[in-house]
Design a protein around this ligand. Structure first.
Ligand code: TPP
Ligand code: MG
Length: 785
């Protein structure tokens, strides 16, 4: 039973919650209405918004935020209920009228909840359906990780990670990938509350699928709580004849239920009587009811019944088992288009909104007033002031603080010079050295957490994992090791391990990187997440990567091996688009070193950059190409800024070769030949077209604002003649370099595979795709003609 917390003699918790819910539906509807019908519209474009989706989730959100959740809990709200979340924060005094009135406008509240743009009240951004839901599971895994490692006070209460999900989100495959992974890691403290309105964007969903969800979740170790009928309907079903009425509603197809909800009481009566008019019990239930009362009874689903919701949620707080609530709701509940199949983007007309306002006793001109129209405004205000979720909010809102982990001036590293190594091999060795670090690097080493979707060994994480162990809440032995069966790899798990092994699902990698990369904000514990993946399969998880960057998560992504240099293993495994992808991805600084001395500089930079407020996530594209490692002095700042001259050009030189990554040796060989004819030629090592481009754009912007500025690439290319040729080469699509010609108006001949999918050895492939030394020389000759 519900505890009834008296607020005033005449106001119970349930009454207060009902009042709050009304306010939320009103404010969300008004926010959208204001944006579409009241605010001046400069260009006549539709502004949009989802009043029906908001109304559908309002009861669930009221019960959670105003009764069940605690301040440390974390919530992902389905994208289309963003206005309800803004309204909730408004009632808590954490959102302004200006922001709400500016919904979907520059500087106003975002269309969908956004950590980066809406500020510290938003726990998780949402928008790409399915991802926000799954993220809660990975955030919960990270909570277990930081607690197991003692990064937060273990006496502090554990947060519950809650997703308020649209039912169509359950169509997204990433949900099931996350469920499987969550089961493996025995995740806990996760709730997914499904707003089960049986409608998506296009239409009412077919019925067949829905019986499956319960089984699916249960198989994955979840508790499933089906919240189907509200208290009034249950009471009606308990009366004589009620079981036939229940059977009838149970069997009513989604589309008919929705249509009847839209049509109202008279249609309900006609449909029920047509099927059960001879049942005296049924007639005794429905005959005394007016049409309005009958409509209200028949739409009394548990997802809109505050008593049913709070009771079920409260019961579920007794366990940490992940729990899925299937809360039956009506899309557009209480609004004129409730249940209509076309209501997803439907909006109330001005007349309908006027009628809604009158129904809620809201005076014109007082639409934004918090407690306007309520019978007991003061009592509701006092109730809201005492809501546990809103306790102790700081000026940083729901963001926590975690100091940066100091990064030593140089990282421990193996001997590199004089050896033949690939950047992938170098990465594994450097990380392994960090793994056994003493002294000032030990603190850094402790905070690193690696993760990989079944490619830990083949991306050279093996030595690190052997040193630092595999994480699991439960200690599990390594059967091979215990049986003394020879293996290079230790796979025993323990709560102190620092590698999280994932199944082969790249979206999960990026969701976990996203969650780990927000640990400082969400959990108050700084970790340095490193994820490794085959570079081509970044594409497989790209939406989740994009999503992690959108949330400003901080992590290091290592894409390796990459490009056609993978050679015999080529085909689908060759990545050619990733250098371009890396340039265009916001909040992700990307680099591709050719040699391990550059890699060491970039790894150190990554640990620093991902912790800086102005920093970002980092992507290193590495290779299996083995190169002789040279003894040389490097300008670290240049490596980080994106390029350095290996051989600077003579002033006024008319040609340079610029290479990136694995093709360094081919470029060097071509350069030696070129120099015989062109002694002033330059050789440029590009470590990041992304950083070069970003720097160039920033300098352009600064100059437009009247400030003197020169970017790194402008400075580097300045010694070359105005009409010089630059032959560029990388193991990736040449578009990543083609823009370099625009910097100073020089002529760029960009080489790189623009096709892929052929197996072969490096010699054959580099020839076929025209990135070998002779192709580079041919391009130089053509450029000099
Ligand atoms: C990945 C992705 N694909 C498509 C969309 C466009 N879209 C927005 S909402 C929606 C359907 C939402 O239905 P549901 O999750 O049931 O939400 P509700 O019924 O509560 O509005 C779709 C397809 C999206 N936001 N994200
Ligand atoms: Mg839906």
């Amino acid at each position: 039973m519900n505890e009834i917390r008296p607020i005033e003699p005449a106001l119970t918790t349930l009454d207060a919650l009902a009042s709050v819910e009304k306010k939320l539906v009103w404010l969300a509807s008004w926010m959208i209405h204001n944006a579409n019908h009241i605010r001046p519209n400069r260009d006549g474009l539709k502004v949009g918004g989802h009043q029906a989706s908001c109304a559908s989730a309002a009861s669930i959100m009221t019960a959670l935020y105003f009764e069940i959740l605690r301040p440390y809990d974390r919530v992902a709200v389905k994208p289309h209920a963003g206005p309800v979340l803004h309204a909730i924060n408004y009632l808590f005094g954490r959102q302004s009228v200006e922001q709400m009135a500016g919904l979907r406008q520059m500087g106003g509240a975002q269309a969908y909840p956004s950590r980066a743009k809406d500020g510290p009240e938003i726990d998780f951004s949402t928008g790409s359906v399915g991802l926000g839901v799954a993220l809660t599971s990975f955030a919960s895994l990270m909570q277990d990780y930081v607690r197991a490692h003692g990064f937060v006070d273990s006496a502090s209460p554990r947060a519950r990670h809650v997703a308020i999900a649209g039912d169509a989100e359950l169509d997204e495959g990433n949900i099931y990938e996350a469920l499987l992974e969550g089961w493996k890691h025995d995740v806990r403290d996760v709730w997914w509350v499904v707003d089960y309105n049986r409608q998506s964007l296009d239409s009412v969903m077919p019925d067949r699928l829905f019986g499956r969800f319960e089984g699916l979740f249960r198989d994955m170790g979840w508790k499933v709580v089906s919240l189907k009928y509200g208290k009034r309907l249950e009471a009606a079903f308990a009366r004589p004849g009620g079981s036939s009425l229940r059977g009838w509603v149970d069997d009513c197809p989604n589309s008919i239920y929705s249509a009847l909800t839209f049509q109202g009481g008279a249609a309900w009566r006609q449909a029920i009587l047509a099927d059960m008019g001879k049942s005296r019990g049924v007639r005794a239930i429905i005959d005394p009811l007016s049409d309005a009362e009958l409509a209200s009874l028949m739409s009394n689903l548990a997802g809109h019944d505050m008593a049913a919701l709070t009771e079920a949620f409260r019961a579920a707080t007794k366990t940490d088992q992940p729990t899925c609530f299937l809360a039956y709701t009506i899309k557009g509940m209480g609004l004129p288009f409730a249940g209509h199949k076309d209501n997803h983007a439907g909006m109330m007309t001005v007349e309908q909104m006027d009628a809604f306002r009158a129904q809620l006793n809201i005076r014109p001109g007082h639409e934004w007033d918090k407690w306007e129209g309520l019978a007991q405004p003061k009592a509701v205000e006092r109730f809201v002031a005492g809501v546990p979720f809103a306790e102790n909010l700081t000026p940083r809102g729901r963001r926590l603080d975690a100091p940066a982990i100091p990064v030593p001036a140089s990282l421990p590293q193996p001997k590199i010079t004089g050896r033949r190594m690939s950047t992938q091999g170098g990465f594994g060795e450097i990380l392994s050295e960090i793994g056994r670090a003493q002294g000032e690097s030990a603190a850094l080493s402790k905070r690193i957490v690696t993760m990989s979707p079944d490619v830990a060994v083949s991306t050279n994480l093996g030595p690190w994992i052997n040193r630092r162990g595999v994480f699991d809440r439960h200690t599990r032995d390594d059967v091979f090791r215990d049986g003394k069966l020879a293996s290079a790899q230790r796979w025993g798990t323990s709560p102190s391990g620092q590698h999280i092994e994932l199944g082969i699902a790249e979206q999960n990698l990026f969701l976990l990187l996203g969650a780990a990369g927000l640990s400082h904000d969400l959990l108050g514990a700084r970790v340095l997440p490193i994820g490794t993946v085959y570079d081509p399969f970044v594409n497989r998880g790209h939406d989740a990567l994009f999503y992690a960057c959108y949330q400003d998560a901080r992590f290091l992504l290592v894409g390796t091996p990459s490009g056609i240099t993978l050679a015999p293993e080529g085909g689908q495994h060759q990545s050619t688009n990733t250098p371009s992808l890396a340039i265009v991805q916001d909040r992700l600084a990307s680099f591709e070193p050719a040699y391990c001395d550059e890699l060491a500089i970039l790894l150190r930079h990554a640990f620093d950059w991902m912790q800086r407020p102005e920093g970002s996530a980092v992507w290193l594209r590495l290779s299996t190409q083995i190169l002789p490692q040279k003894e040389r002095a490097l300008n670290a700042a240049h490596v980080i800024a994106g390029a350095h001259w290996v051989v600077p050009p003579a002033p006024g030189s008319r040609i340079a070769i610029a290479y990136q990554g694995a093709v360094a040796a081919e470029a060097e060989q071509a350069f030696e030949d070129l120099r015989e004819d062109e002694p002033g030629a330059g050789l440029l090592a590009i470590t990041s077209p992304d950083r070069l481009y970003a720097g160039w754009r920033a300098a352009q912007r600064a100059r437009r604002l009247g400030n003197a500025a020169s970017s790194h690439i402008e400075t580097l290319l300045a010694p070359l003649a105005r009409n010089a040729a630059i032959v560029t080469v990388l193991d990736g699509h040449p578009a990543a370099h083609a823009w370099l010609g625009a910097v100073r108006g020089q002529r760029v001949m960009a080489l790189g595979p623009d096709h892929f999918g052929q197996s072969g050895d490096i010699t054959d492939l580099y020839r076929e795709y025209e990135i070998d030394a002779s192709a580079i020389l041919d391009a130089c000759a053509e450029a000099l003609l």
